[in-house]
Ligand binder design. Sequence first.
Ligand SMILES: Cc1cc2nc3c(=O)[nH]c(=O)nc-3n(C[C@H](O)[C@H](O)[C@H](O)COP(=O)(O)OP(=O)(O)OC[C@H]3O[C@@H](n4cnc5c(N)ncnc54)[C@H](O)[C@@H]3O)c2cc1C
Length: 431
Amino acid sequence: MIQSTDHARSYYRASANAMPERPPLGADLSADVCVIGGGFTGVNTAIELAQRGLSVVLLEARRIGWGASGRNGGQLIRGIGHDVSGFAKYVGEEGVRYLERAGIESVALVGERIREQGIDCDLRWGFCELANTPAQFAAFKGEQESLAAMGYAHETRLVELKDMQHVVGSTVYAGGLVDMGSGHLHPLNLVLGEAQLAESLGVRIFEQTEVLELIHGDTVQVRCAGGTVRAANLVLACNAHLEELEPRLSGKVLPAGSYIIATEPLSAQLASELIPQNLALCDQKVGLDYYRLSADRRLLFGGACHYSGRDPVDIAAYMQPKMLKVFPQLANTAIEFQWGGKIGITANRFPQVGRLSQYPNVFYAQGYSGHGLNVTHWCAKLLAEGIHAGHSRGLDIFSQVPHMTFPGGKALRSPLLALGMLWYRLRELVN
Ligand SMILES: Cc1cc2nc3c(=O)[nH]c(=O)nc-3n(C[C@H](O)[C@H](O)[C@H](O)COP(=O)(O)OP(=O)(O)OC[C@H]3O[C@@H](n4cnc5c(N)ncnc54)[C@H](O)[C@@H]3O)c2cc1C
């Protein structure tokens, strides 16, 4: 059962645009499609379906943007999360090329949505990938060349150690790769603006409406405390919060905690010393550091990846030393917000998108493994194509990559993965 139904006490909630409350479901309804989950995946699938003329009911257990979509680092970065070339054995070389393009076009899709709808969410272009070691910096050259070979339309720039102060006021990095086609934004304001768009297209949104049971069939029955929605198709967009609602999917995504702190607003001089070009930044460690400036010049510093299911008791006390390692000059700067969220991790770090083989009218997208801002929007488009046209090439390609189930059952999944991660961290320390 649901524990908390309001937004996390984050900087995003404190600086959110209008957050109109939607009523809980209070009657039985019918629709072409019922979407469960009010994050980027659910809201954008609803938009794409409504734009194709289908009637949609969206059910959210808490508030729109309550999950990862309203709490994340706000880094809008090209790619599907990591190198997709290893998936050629499942999707072929052409499929790999499709996935590489999707990783780029999905960023443009988010940018277009923001521009076309005039969504006020502090979008800024520019991102720098940070190398923790000289070997990582050397690999950036290959990455830049691959982008150029694909005809990447945006400026990319290698930054050598001696020039790093032009992108970040820290001495801990070995170099960087700037990409002006990625950027950063206020994620809660984005999803709130998108929900408004969905409603303007006729989507019926219900908040504080937890789906309790699914009864499968040609018409799916979606049972909630206040009523049942009957729909020809169902979309599961619950990501790391799915729990046991659909047991065929829940063992495939592991919820992992990631945490963010926000400082007090910095002076213009200090902000431009830390991040002179107002880029989003992210390093290469296993439990990576990701950070950026907010529109009111706070440093939003995120990191960690906890599989234990236990969040730190004091997130600020846990995250501040990580921030000070990068920026010791913030030793006397107050932390004003701290929060965490659940990332949906998959065994191969590739998102799981498709339809249930037993019930082909049930579609899902989940497990973006910490890289969902752009990919959620792309997958939403694929789900809508698949439901509306009965077929989508992109959906077929994504779903050809196997959706592995974590070993160990519900009780052992997290400890086993925690052990695996420890091994990677130890490797990081000795290398
Ligand atoms: C701290 C953090 C930082 C991150 N930083 C970045 C970043 O900088 N860049 C990036 O690209 N990605 C980032 N991510 C990942 C990104 O936020 C996610 O991939 C993306 O938001 C997933 O969106 P979603 O809609 O699939 O899931 P969510 O936003 O989690 O939404 C799922 C929704 O489903 C609802 N739900 C669940 N069960 C039910 C039910 N039974 N009935 C009704 N509703 C239900 C939940 O209440 C929730 O609102 C980060 C994630 C976290 C947690």
